[in-house]
Ligand binder design. Structure first.
Ligand code: WT7
Length: 650
């Protein structure tokens, strides 16, 4: 048995995939010396990359590093919308397609760079007329429709800070984010399409804005009459009416300081309160622009399709700012991958002749379950490069993606990064680095990563430890909005001046990084980060719940699924109805993405003598493992009972 297992591991780790000669010969990055050059002079490397952007005023200093605070490209002035759109309008890309947009019901819209630019200009006029000024926060709660990137870029053009909230979040979650950012304006839609149904964005928005500083709600019409959305006179404003009335003159791009904030994006952490991750203009844009050319090997002829929702960082960086700043043609899709059928993505790839396809392991595992007949129905021969992000990809899913989508010929870039890092940090340059299924390979040029022990010492190959980033990089988060102390503690509190992402990892003998997953109380469900404390807070806000502990359990498709252990209040009888009610309650509090897969009632939670919930033991129970160290338990009988209960659940 042990031998077979060893062999299995050996097989997995020894599979290496070299790019084809053809891919290598045409790749943007063909000279491996780039790695040494960047390592010898990271600041010089990044300065060179930054000069691929258009600056209104050049920077005089590349980096000012006062750990944990970094400033990049000081003295430089630029505008993100100008770089994403306007500079292409002045070039041979003027009439190049920026977006091939496809709505879920099958309606389409094509926007060239020039057309996109005109829309952004009009939207900037609209925002400006509504009183939005440089530095103001604008919350955006939209489905995957062209108005979403247009609204973001319009904010960027006038220097306002956008805070996009994923359309799957509930009214409560939206309200928390509006309050934290202190936004005056909300941009939303009367709804969005998802699996033939309507996502009630406007209803959520109406609830969310109550008690906030929101004065105006700009509403895009996506659904029309059937949406059932109410209209609040004096507060709600029609996007279409305003856009139609806006001047058709260009809106001058606000010259932003390199370190001026471009956007906030909320992500989960180890407390109940989401963190507003702060990204600035020059560094962030340099990071995303660079990785389009390096990791995604982007060329002018490419048709690039990233399946992420713009409500997440992947969408910000790899649907909007990265590909646009690099002048790419982007496929953007509104709906679900299995609507109207399970071949929707493959159909889109065939229709638009997509050459680069970037998706997530959880989706690939769904595709696997659905079977090869779906990709087989379509001509996927246009594809030349594949990518994944969100969680470690299991080798089976990697192989399936490689064979059935990539036709065995496309390199796969497994990209490790986070909301905080802004762009891909550990990923192969596909013409230079052989890939191994399950490994994000090595840090990109200009990034110094390592795996260290508790004391911060580098670990030898194959020993698990803390993944760290040892030097600042341009697209790193600058702080947490309104909470610099939390920024300092979370990311730089463990090792002086060294960034702690919160992932475990090991490096193999070839210097390849293997990410093991989160080491904190954060769960990764379908590539989305959810804090256990957030779900616990949601549960205990229900009148029937006295206490709750939430963990992530291994799940075949989602990567991890949420299991909640709940103690009910005196006088409450646990029941199946209550289980459903609690699940629904969590959906209401946070959103469907946080709905617990299972809820188990228990009389008590396992705690240490200092009353800390031992989630580690709950994970052991839920995953059917032999229990780890139980000596610190205050009452060992609690865990025995739970084990019995869990084993006998339905
Ligand atoms: C966490 C960040 C970056 C966009 C998607 C999620 C996990 C992400 C990988 C990968 C292994 C990965 C990590 C990370 N993760 N990509 N290629 N291999 N793990 O962004 O919500 O900020 O979550 O996702 O655990 O810390 P996020």
């Amino acid at each position: 048995m042990a031998d077979a297992q060893n062999l299995d591991t050996l097989l997995k780790e020894s599979r290496r995939f070299e790019p084809s000669e053809e891919f290598r010969a045409n790749a943007n990055y063909r000279d491996p010396a780039i790695y040494e050059r960047a390592a010898a002079d990271p600041e010089g490397y990044w300065a060179e990359e930054a000069r691929n952007l258009d600056w209104f005023e050049p920077f005089h200093t590349v980096l000012e590093w006062n750990p944990p605070h970094a400033k990049w490209f000081l003295g430089g002035k630029l505008n993100a919308a100008y770089n994403a759109v306007d500079r292409h309008r002045k070039s041979y890309r003027k009439n190049k397609v920026a977006f091939f947009w496809e709505g879920e019901p099958g309606d389409t819209r094509v926007l060239t760079y020039d057309e996109l630019g005109r829309e952004v200009d009009k939207a900037a006029h609209v925002l400006s007329k509504l009183g939005v000024k440089k530095g103001d926060r604008v919350t955006i709660y939209l489905p995957m429709i062209p108005e979403l990137p247009i609204a973001m870029l319009a904010c960027a053009k006038i220097g306002a800070i956008h805070s996009v909230v994923f359309g799957g979040f509930s009214a409560n979650a939206l309200r928390d984010r509006i309050l934290d950012a202190d936004s005056r304006l909300l941009i939303t839609a009367d709804g969005g399409w998802r699996r033939g149904g309507i996502v009630p964005l406007k209803q959520n928005a109406d609830q969310a804005v109550e008690g906030t500083a929101i004065e105006k709600v700009l509403v895009v019409r996506r659904i029309g009459e059937q949406s059932g959305a109410a209209w609040v006179e004096g507060r709600d404003i029609s996007w279409e009416a305003e856009m139609a009335a806006a001047p058709s003159t260009p809106y001058p791009a606000e010259p932003m300081d390199s370190e001026d904030i471009l956007f906030l994006l909320y992500t989960s952490g180890t407390t109940g309160k989401p963190k507003g991750i702060v990204h600035t203009t020059g560094g962030y844009l340099t990071g995303c622009n660079t990785s389009m050319r390096s990791v995604f090997d982007l060329k002018d002829e490419d048709v690039y399709f990233c399946t992420a929702d713009i409500g997440w960082i992947t969408g910000h960086t790899y649907v909007v700012y990265g590909p646009l700043s690099a002048g790419a043609t982007i496929v953007m899709y509104e709906g679900a991958p299995d609507w109207p059928d399970r071949d929707r993505f493959w159909q889109l790839i065939e229709k638009y002749r997509a050459t680069i396809f970037y998706s997530a392991p959880t989706l690939i595992r769904s595709f696997m379950k659905w079977g090869t007949e779906y990709p087989k129905r379509h001509d996927l021969s246009s594809l030349r490069l594949l990518g994944t992000v969100g969680e470690p990809i299991n080798p089976e899913a990697w192989m399936w993606f490689h064979e059935h989508v990539g036709g065995g010929r496309c390199p796969i870039v497994d990209t490790w990064w986070q909301t905080e890092t802004g762009c891909a940090m550990i990923a192969p340059l596909p013409g230079l680095v052989a890939t191994k299924p399950g490994s994000a390979t090595r840090p990109v040029p200009g990034i110094v990563a390592d795996v260290v022990d508790e004391e911060g010492r580098s670990l030898p190959p194959d020993q698990g430890g803390y993944l760290v980033l040892k030097r600042p990089w341009p697209s790193m988060l600058r702080t947490i909005w309104g909470d610099d102390e939390r920024f300092r503690n979370t990311y730089f509190g463990k090792f002086e001046g060294i960034y702690l992402p919160g992932d475990g990892a090991h490096v193999d003998e070839d210097g390849y990084f293997w990410i093991l997953g989160r080491i904190d109380d954060v769960i990764n469900v379908s590539g989305h980060r959810i804090g256990t404390m957030e779900v616990e807070s949601a549960l205990v806000s229900h009148p029937a719940v006295a206490e709750a502990a939430v963990i992530g359990r291994h799940h075949e498709v989602k990567g991890q699924a949420i299991t909640a252990f709940v103690v009910v209040r005196e006088g409450i009888t646990p029941s199946d109805e209550l289980v459903n009610e609690l699940k629904q309650h969590v959906v209401q509090q946070i959103g469907a993405l946080a709905r617990p897969e299972e809820i188990l009632f228990t009389a008590e939670l396992p705690k240490t003598r200092s009353a800390k919930i031992m989630r580690r033991l709950l994970r052991d129970i839920a995953e059917g493992r032999v229990l780890g160290d139980t000596t610190t338990l205050a009452d060992p009988s609690v865990i025995e009972e739970l084990k019995q209960k869990y084993a006998h659940r339905e």
